[in-house]
Design a protein around this ligand. Structure first.
Ligand SMILES: Nc1nc2c(c(=O)[nH]1)N[C@H]1C(S)=C(S)[C@@H](COP(=O)(O)OP(=O)(O)OC[C@H]3O[C@@H](n4cnc5c(=O)[nH]c(N)nc54)[C@H](O)[C@@H]3O)O[C@H]1N2
Ligand SMILES: Nc1nc2c(c(=O)[nH]1)N[C@H]1C(S)=C(S)[C@@H](COP(=O)(O)OP(=O)(O)OC[C@H]3O[C@@H](n4cnc5c(=O)[nH]c(N)nc54)[C@H](O)[C@@H]3O)O[C@H]1N2
Ligand code: SF4
Ligand SMILES: [Mo]
Length: 776
């Protein structure tokens, strides 16, 4: 049997006992509070965890390490500015369980790899640096000095700096991120893939070329005073839970909400605010005024249909529907765009979207006379092959309505990781601009590499092809987060050295290079002592607010060092006297790092003083002020002509979108429940439309294998349970990372080169028992 066909270290297959009860209609309320508290208790840290909860997201406290949703600018709840998922993230970090050298001596890498991600995560915090020599079966302890020596030896023995890859996941602070990219550039490469390459790269690409900035334009206050909020391809109840409070407040002030999603997500439908008595006792607030059950990838057709209907209305009431003054002053290409729009037929767009003309009309009617519209989106759009085009289409919609650059209106890509936006601002980017590089050269005096580096997908290809030989990860879980698990595993195994700076054990430590290092570090909630003084770091949230974050928990081990030190010591060990940067100074003084960031990156004037203000400060955002400065146009945003994708499925094929459960943060699995979707005690589920199940002859609970032959290679994800669910026909939904084995590394989003993780063609068959498990 083909090796692809059996369970392996990259993809253990174990079924539990599913209980499915169907989608819920309301999110949060008492169950959310209970879940938050029980997580804090479960980890055996009731006092460490609960005490810390009250400081999380408070001015002067520490920033929640989970998602990037902003905190209110003004009043913050004295009881707690956190949600269930923030509490879970904290419990995950605050655990007192430790993974020590003794643990590694008792557990071989092969044995650990047999565990599920959930089981691996339960092992506790990494407590000391560990090293896996070539050919060894067990990790062994190593001193920090020797760990840095190993890294330096490997990096310095490369034929070219471009044979090294420096990955970043989005929790890393501004201070560390800046130093980390500085080190990579002084070492000589822009090979800096990061989790943005799997997340909002698509948004950055679409927005930079249209409105001139790769970030959103709204602030939290815009939600409180707007006419319509569109939530498309995003699941806020699970993935940015405190967004629900903003939606509730907007709604109380008169806003209408349109939700566009193949799944009727509880968080879109209704909300009980756990921080208000009415929310706890009452029946909750209905959120979406209109729900459009779009087909997977049907959004382009849906958006165009709405624009066509709005154009019809504009012809009947000229100047009332579109903002003609804004269009004349601030945009280019309106006439061509309208001609392009007229080339479509409403009926065929409705069919492509999978939404009836009547519902589309209802949506258009809600927008016709409104000019303050906010559009929020997430992975449902960014991870589609034509994601860049779809986001440009959203820009077209807001341009027609003049709905950007003013109060209560604009674009809101809802970022994922708590500092993913800050990482980019700090120049973690495989494609830095020449201007940014010139500035670094002026300030530091070395010549930075000018050629673009590898993004995530290209990094995998380069490692697989033997073009890259050392892989260093600042956080994250590369093997589980990336697509094409078996291909990526092979790529990592071909490395001479893999290094992970991590807080918790994860699969990337177990699918490793010839030699491997695990470097344990402090987490956001840990107290970070430097020279006897507790330090704070800073982060940027989804809305461009930079604020300080100061951990309060005693680290679980004296051997943990902060990420900033790790970068500086790696730089000193590797570059030695050939460096022109004063790494020693930055390792010992975060204010000095912020001072030099201020010199290199626009918008950080007076950084040290302003970051100490309660609530931090907003970074400048020209598009938010209505100024669109792109490479092509000065102060005008272009309309773009985007094509409707042609989606052809073979008779027995389905489209699969991979998504998150309520009980996971990316590859960290907190639990086995997806409460709002009514799933308990199982992650290996495939949601199917009942009609498709009937046609294929599957009963609820049937065990199946998912597979495909995309680009001529057989890929199989085995042992899943069918769950009937209100998804559109021929659409299926599964959880990541279990189904990442099915996503070809070549299945990418045009222009942004992100894995198209919400658009995977699969086939389904009854489960076939595999040969005996092979674990490498
Ligand atoms: N609790 C928790 N919070 C998180 C995370 C987590 O894992 N757990 N991860 C963080 C990160 S890094 C990120 S990027 C964000 C991600 O947050 P989201 O962007 O919400 O990500 P997903 O859960 O992947 O799913 C997005 C939604 O897209 C919908 N969808 C799928 N295909 C389509 C489509 O074709 N069209 C439309 N309109 N919708 C579609 C799915 O049904 C789902 O509701 O969350 C962050 N916050
Ligand atoms: N199929 C599919 N694949 C996807 C997605 C999808 O929707 N579908 N989503 C994609 C998205 S949006 C993203 S952002 C990526 C996420 O990709 P990653 O960012 O690589 O993955 P995470 O699971 O967030 O990383 C978790 C690990 O980070 C480490 N960690 C946690 N906190 C810290 C810290 O403070 N410092 C350090 N050094 N380490 C820390 C822990 O060891 C933990 O195991 O996955 C992507 N992959
Ligand atoms: S909404 Fe996001 S940032 Fe806020 S507390 Fe919840 S998980 Fe943390
Ligand atoms: Mo993300």
């Amino acid at each position: 049997m083909d090796e692809n066909n059996v369970p392996s270290a990259e993809n253990p297959e174990k079924l539990l006992h599913l209980k499915a009860t169907g989608p819920k209609k309301i999110a949060a309320g008492i169950p959310a509070v209970m879940a938050a508290l029980s997580d804090i208790m479960e980890e055996g840290v009731p006092i460490r965890g609960t005490g810390a909860l009250f400081v999380m997201n408070q001015k002067g406290g520490f920033d929640c390490s989970s998602c990037a949703w902003p905190d209110p600018d003004d009043e913050r709840s004295p009881v707690g500015e956190y949600c269930e998922n923030g509490a879970k993230a904290l419990a995950e970090e605050a655990t007192t369980k430790k993974v020590t050298a003794e643990f590694f001596s008792q557990n071989s890498v092969v044995d650990l790899a047999k565990l599920t991600d959930f089981e691996i995560g339960r092992k506790g915090r990494l407590a000391e640096p560990m090293y896996l020599p070539k050919g060894a079966t067990h990790y062994q302890p190593i001193s920090w000095d020797n760990a840095f020596k190993k890294i330096a030896e490997h990096l310095n023995s490369l034929e070219s700096p471009h044979e090294a890859i420096f990955y970043t996941s989005g929790r890393t602070s501004n201070e560390t991120s800046f130093l980390y990219q500085l080190f990579a550039k002084e070492f000589g490469t822009n090979n800096m893939p990061d989790c943005s390459n799997m997340c909002h790269e698509t948004s950055g690409t679409a927005l930079s070329s249209t409105i001139g900035i790769g970030k959103g334009t709204v602030t939290l206050n815009d939600f409180y005073d707007t006419d319509v909020i569109i939530i498309i391809g995003h699941n806020p109840g699970t993935n940015a839970p405190r967004m629900m409070s903003a939606l509730e407040k907007g709604k109380k002030n008169g806003a209408k909400i349109i939700a566009i999603n193949p799944l009727p997500e509880a968080g879109l439908m209704g909300f009980k605010n756990p921080q208000e008595i009415s929310g706890v006792l009452g029946s909750g607030v209905q959120l979406a005024d209109l729900y459009l059950p779009v087909k997977i990838n049907g959004d382009m057709a849906l958006l165009k249909a709405i624009e066509m209907l709005l154009h019809e209305a504009e012809q009947k009431m000229p100047g009332k529907v579109f903002d003609q003054q804004f269009i004349a002053d601030k945009t280019v290409g309106y006439e061509e765009f309208i001609d392009h729009l007229k080339g479509h037929s409403l009926e065929s767009l409705a069919a492509d979207a999978g939404v009836s003309v009547e519902l589309l009309r209802e949506a258009a009617d809600m927008l016709t006379l409104k000019h303050r519209i906010i559009v929020c989106w997430g992975m449902g759009l960014t991870q589609q092959p034509n994601g860049v085009d779809m986001l440009k289409e959203i820009v077209n919609l807001v341009l027609l309505k003049g709905s950007i650059g003013k109060q209560g209106a604009g674009l809101c890509p809802v970022r994922g990781h708590s500092n993913v936006q800050g990482n980019r601002t700090m120049l973690i980017n495989e494609k830095p601009t020449q201007k940014q590089l010139d500035r670094l050269k002026e300030v530091f005096g070395f010549e930075p590499p000018r050629e673009h580096g590898y993004d995530v997908v290209n990094a995998i290809r380069a490692m697989h092809a033997g073009k890259a030989k050392v892989f260093f990860a600042m956080g994250g879980n590369f093997i589980s987060a990336t697509p094409d698990t078996l291909f990526t595993a092979e790529a990592l195994r071909r490395q001479r050295l893999t290094v992970h700076v991590s807080t918790k054990l994860n699969r990337s430590h177990l699918v490793h290079g010839q030699e491997a290092l695990i470097l344990p570090t402090l987490s956001r909630s840990d107290k970070d002592m430097v020279n006897g003084e507790a330090q704070f770091i800073s982060t940027e949230n989804s809305m461009g607010v930079v604020q300080s974050s100061k951990g309060i928990l005693q680290p679980v081990s004296k051997q943990l060092i902060n990420e900033t030190h790790i970068v500086c010591r790696m730089a000193m060990a590797t570059l030695g006297s050939r460096s022109v940067v004063d790494w020693e100074r930055y390792a010992n003084n975060y204010d000095d790092i912020r001072d030099v960031i201020e010199q290199c990156i626009p918008g950080f004037g007076n950084y040290n003083a302003r970051v100490r203000q309660k609530g931090g400060f907003y970074l400048p955002n020209a598009a938010r002020d209505g100024n669109f400065i792109t490479d092509e146009f000065i102060d005008r945003a272009p309309f773009t002509m985007n094509k409707i994708p042609v989606n052809v499925l073979a008779e027995d094929e389905y489209l699969m979108a991979t998504t998150r459960t309520h009980d996971q943060f990316n590859t960290t699995i907190y639990g086995l429940e997806d409460r709002y979707r009514g799933i308990k005690n199982e992650r290996r589920v495939v949601f199917m439309n009942q009609k498709d199940m009937d046609k294929a002859g599957y009963a609820s609970g049937e065990k199946v294998d998912l597979f495909n032959y995309n680009d001529g290679i057989e890929r199989i994800a085995r042992l899943f349970v069918v769950v009937p669910y209100p998804v559109p026909e021929r659409n299926t939904v599964t959880y990541f990372p279990e189904t990442n084995v099915l996503i070809s590394v070549n299945n990418v989003v045009g222009e942004s080169n992100m894995p198209a993780a919400k658009y995977v063609k699969i086939k389904i068959r009854k489960h076939i028992e595999a040969a005996a498990a092979v674990i490498r």
